[in-house]
Design a protein around this ligand. Structure first.
Ligand code: BG6
Length: 484
């Protein structure tokens, strides 16, 4: 299938770090359709040959075993082209159109890996130049706005020129194999559905911890913060995958309708819950892997009096029949004790104890998202360590490691998502109404923080965040996974 993939931001950070490696992987796996053109777009003057050389240098940084041979890269490079464009000039779009018209293609993907403040202008220009044909797909990277109003403004403009079915809003968490496995766990196995509800589940915890700091993105991140960067999108999408009703089929709209219902059912914030169910933190200097690292306020590009949060913990509730009263705890932060993302489903203890069990015999299911990708089901068992005591049970685990089972060379998140865009599959992309609803829910927290005279709580880099996050969940009688 002939396709054009026009990569706006073709020399930018995302293309460099994620998109080119993912496209190369798809090419290597033989899944990238043949007869395609990948056209990098940027402001610099450059020929196709120079662009190919630039991208080749990207692969010099890849570990030796995974580095393409010259012959392999040359075959991949024959797909790569370059188009210089000043995105504010209508002429530039006319030139792009002429270039695209040179060769017939069934699909043209316009991938906007550029600053979001350009989204509306580029969408308008694409429309004005007649580059919004029915076979065109538009890919928008996050963040789509910084609040509900700006998100709506972007979506409204984009939808003037493209139909919803042509717009692929990326949340790269949905491309992770572990997240797709979560859907498989819930909707391809009958085992869990009967217990997946308030009668059996005590609480659910979603943790996305990073040990990295803001790295070179201090200037961008400052003023954005963890709530906008991670919760509004990635964490809420995970919450939807955990909490949604079984969709009527596996088509995009059926899945997105159910996710939207979850977002709409999130209990709205009140002054009381804003005060007691949200903790914001900011990392202070500390130690990561034996190395001293600076605090957030000392990072390059960060205002020294910044109140931007690098950590958020919050307690959400879903007001529907399945989940009423079950707390969903979300926690995410930078410079935490490790890179670790998981979801823990804590089941109720046994109703009547005939054995001595840890946790009152409460089972739990741990869904590991990264770096490990797998499932652990915690069960009580008779370890018989003490031959006299047959009444005491221990906790043990059924451990399913997907990397070991299926190999680590599985399709990566961006590889999956890029192939889906080219094939026109919308399942793993976010619809505008979902996105708006997620903004609607987080916005009161942002407003509350603007008025809050308390500064973000400091936490030592390399820790699990401010102790108030443990205090918040302890009020309900629970503790975070790593403390249990
Ligand atoms: C991005 C955020 O969306 O996700 C980054 O902007 C964050 O701040 C990243 O580091 C985390 O993604 P992953 O796949 O490394 O967990």
């Amino acid at each position: 299938m002939a396709f054009n993939l026009v990569l706006f931001g073709g020399t930018g950070d995302l293309a460099w770090r994620k998109l080119m490696p993912a496209l190369f992987q798809a090419f290597r796996h033989g899944t990238l359709p043949e007869g395609g053109r990948i056209i990098g777009v940027a402001r610099d003057e450059m020929s196709d040959v120079q662009y190919r050389e630039l991208i080749r240098s990207r692969f010099d940084q890849v570990e030796l075993a995974k580095r393409p041979s010259t012959e392999e890269f040359d075959r991949f490079a024959s797909l790569l082209h370059y188009q210089r464009m000043d995105l504010s000039k209508p002429d530039a779009y006319a030139t792009l159109k002429a270039r695209l018209d040179e060769r017939a293609a069934e699909t043209t993907v316009m991938y906007l890996a550029v600053s979001p403040h350009l989204f509306t202008a580029v969408a308008e220009q694409l429309g004005a130049a007649g580059l919004n044909t029915p076979s065109t797909r538009l890919v928008l990277e996050k963040p789509l706005g910084h609040d509900l109003a700006s998100n709506r403004a972007i979506n409204q403009t984009v939808l003037k020129f493209f139909s919803e079915k042509q717009v692929f809003r990326i949340d790269h968490y949905l491309g992770k194999p572990s997240v797709q496995n979560l859907m498989a766990l819930r909707f391809a196995n009958a085992l869990f559905e009967p217990v997946w509800r308030r009668e059996h589940i005590a609480n659910i915890q979603i943790t996305i911890a990073e040990d990295l700091g803001v790295e070179k993105r201090g200037g961008y991140y400052d003023g954005i913060g963890a709530l906008r960067d991670m919760v509004q999108n990635h964490a809420l999408q995970l919450l939807c995958a955990i909490a949604m009703e079984p969709p009527i089929n596996a088509h995009a709209d059926a899945i997105r309708d159910e996710k939207l219902k979850v977002l709409r059912s999130l209990k709205r914030w009140t002054p009381a819950t804003l005060a007691s169910h949200v903790v914001r933190g900011q990392y202070a200097e500390g130690n990561i892997g034996g190395n001293k690292v600076p605090g957030y306020l000392q990072e390059t590009g960060v205002n020294t009096a910044s109140q931007t949060e690098t950590f958020v913990a919050l307690r959400a509730e879903i007001a529907n029949w399945r989940w009423a009263g079950v707390p969903f705890y979300i926690r995410t932060g930078k410079r935490m004790a490790g890179r670790e993302a998981h979801i823990v489903v804590n089941f109720h203890a046994t109703p009547h104890a005939i054995f001595q069990t840890p946790n009152g015999g409460a089972n739990k299911l741990v869904i590991h998202l990264q770096p490990k990708d797998g499932l652990e089901l915690h069960l009580m068992a008779q370890a018989q360590a003490n031959r006299r005591d047959t009444n005491s049970l221990s906790l043990t685990q059924l451990d399913l490691d997907f990397d070991k089972r299926f190999g680590t060379e599985r399709v990566g998140a961006y590889e999956r998502l890029l192939l889906d865009v080219i094939d026109g599959r919308l399942n793993l992309f976010v619809r505008s109404d979902e996105q708006e609803e997620a903004w609607r829910w987080v916005e009161p927290v942002l407003t509350h923080w603007q008025q809050d005279t308390n500064l973000p709580r400091q936490y030592t880099a390399g820790s699990w965040g401010p102790s108030a996050a443990s205090g918040m969940i302890a009020k309900d009688g629970f503790c975070w996974e790593e403390e249990s």
